[in-house]
Design a protein. Structure first.
Lengths: 350, 350
């Protein structure tokens, strides 16, 4: 029997991952044989979707991860979730202690982290520090899958981005979000090296099309400019049409997270993060695909209003990715952007 | 009038830096005009040397940095020094509030961090997080010079070290110490980007010859094999004679730290860390220089006893450095290893 914990389990990716795990009903952890899934504990500060809450295999822990892991220091500005802290309050401790696999997806998104520095430091840095410290304190050596991001890559004067980011490109984040994700990767790698846990960091691409309402990610417009027009609503594109972006559909992101959990150490092949495959398109390509799928009236609902701040942040992210390591594990990019839109439509109507 | 804080101010580099600052009597901060030095506050958990304690311009704050900065959480395993914490206890807060320049040198060394994971996380990671958070809370935007290390570089399967590490080489640490130093660099860069402070990270080389007793740095033998034979004592070299190492004398390390404090932002030239210049020698070269300076009886006191654990760690550090950015600021490596030994002898006898 396998127990799993998903932080950020009520979020878009977290709840989708939980559904995939529960539907499979079993999990082959780190190259082992598949065993029945007995419990999926979702940790989140927002309520989990009703279908998940209703599943008898699902446990829910409600609260902000950093505070849950270090309840004695949960006050504003207090030292929540420091490395070396204990394994958290009883609910979280029991869930972590019983978990063979922990998917750590809880995070504040890029735009939030730029707008609210404290939020990013607490939700991304301190919560990750606290989670790793808790795993170490428990001594259970779980597989910890960490959702990192292509935002760890960035361009600076001494370190221009290569034309194609590949497995040999080292991170150089230029945002608070990217900095916090890189620190998470590095701590995970060092905890893994020391044998405290079995960490696997996956750098997710910008996930498109996200359902629901716009979020505060700087990349949020890449979903909005498809999702809103499909619903007959206007959407604003803040970058120029020739901007290249590296995308993955929700399904491909889940594939990458699952691959990290089930791969043997040998297949995973090292402590450094794996960059997942991406579909590279320009924003103009995206609009053209929207037109082909939903007609010119959809495409016409996109307002092209450049926002220099967003454009500057998006420019620091790589547009072209070559992920040989991910490809060796069988992960493949989305075929084209039309199929991404059609997948979104099929899922939205179901 | 300029006030300066030195964390780790009782240590070898910290006390030497304080002496240089006090002897100069003035400091030109970040490209400004030189102004008289009014106060140098040394923060350390060990007592400061008597000559510094006797200087009426010197203030001393005794304690461990992480605990001083977050006194409410100083218990074992507590959340000391978390980001978002306040500006620390009154003594530290007043010293930081009045400081235009903060040299952050306090750290546990590499060997200690490998042997005691908690110590490294507290002394290197949490103390740096807490110091940056305190500076931000004070709103005084000081120049913060952070002593990073060539240990941020390392070799892994996907990322072999280039033959020469230069300003375009990105870090890839393979030890806890290097990981913690890289995280410090990245947090400093992000705090600088956000305008919370003016951070300058300097990657120091292995400093040779360190006076006094051996310390727990994995690189400590590089001083021992010179210092002990000069005192007529045996010393053990745990790596093979052909091992290349990148070294700097204590004086050159101080030059680099001072350069970081006095350079204008334009001269400093970016938020990424500056790698200081290095003298590259093999350990055999070092022994030969010792023989030339002190005779074959000195050289004969080196016992060559390979220690695979130390050798493995040293191999992850780069031996060859090309520091164009540092060179543009006028920093130069030591001329040769004989002159490094002669400098040590001159200083030891004074």
């Amino acid at each position: 029997m396998v127990n799993v914990v998903v932080t950020g389990g009520a979020g878009f990716l977290g709840s989708r991952l939980a559904r995939v795990l529960l539907a499979a009903g079993s999990l082959a952890v780190a190259g082992g044989a598949a065993r029945p899934l007995s419990r999926v504990t979702l940790i989140d500060r927002v309520p989990v979707p009703p279908d998940l809450a209703a599943d008898r295999r699902v446990g829910v822990i409600h609260g902000e991860l950093a505070g849950l892991l270090d309840p004695g220091a949960a006050g504003p500005g207090a030292g929540a979730g420091s490395p070396g802290a204990g394994a958290g309050g009883p609910g979280v401790r029991d869930a972590l202690a019983g978990a063979e696999v922990i998917f750590h997806l809880a995070a504040a998104v890029s735009g939030e982290c730029e707008a609210d520095f404290d939020l990013g430091m607490r939700a991304n840095l301190r919560s990750t520090e606290a989670l790793l410290a808790a795993c170490r304190a428990l001594g259970t050596r779980p597989v910890v899958v960490f959702a990192s991001s292509l935002a760890v890559f960035g361009a600076s004067a001494e370190h221009p981005l290569p034309a194609v980011v590949d497995d040999h490109t080292l991170p150089n984040p230029q945002t608070s979000y990217g900095t916090q994700k890189l620190i998470g990767e590095r701590l995970l790698a060092d905890y893994t090296r020391k044998g405290f846990l079995d960490g696997r960091a996956v750098r997710l691409m910008t996930v498109v099309v996200r359902p629901g309402r716009p979020n505060a990610a700087a990349s949020g417009f890449l979903s909005s400019i498809i999702r809103e027009p499909l619903n007959g609503q206007r959407a604003t594109c803040p970058v120029s049409p020739d901007t290249e972006v590296a995308l993955a559909s929700p399904g491909k992101a889940i594939d990458a997270l699952l691959c990290a959990a089930v791969s043997s150490s040998q297949t995973w092949g090292g402590r450094s993060a794996v960059t997942m495959p991406a579909l590279t398109v320009t924003v103009a390509d995206m609009a053209a695909a929207l037109r082909r799928v939903a007609g010119p009236q959809a495409d016409a609902l996109i307002d092209w209003v450049p926002d220099p701040a967003v454009a500057a942040m998006v420019r620091t992210w790589p547009g072209r990715i070559r992920s040989d390591r991910a490809a060796r594990m069988g992960l493949i990019p989305d075929q084209d952007f039309e199929s991404v839109i059609r997948m979104h439509l099929a899922e939205s109507s179901s």
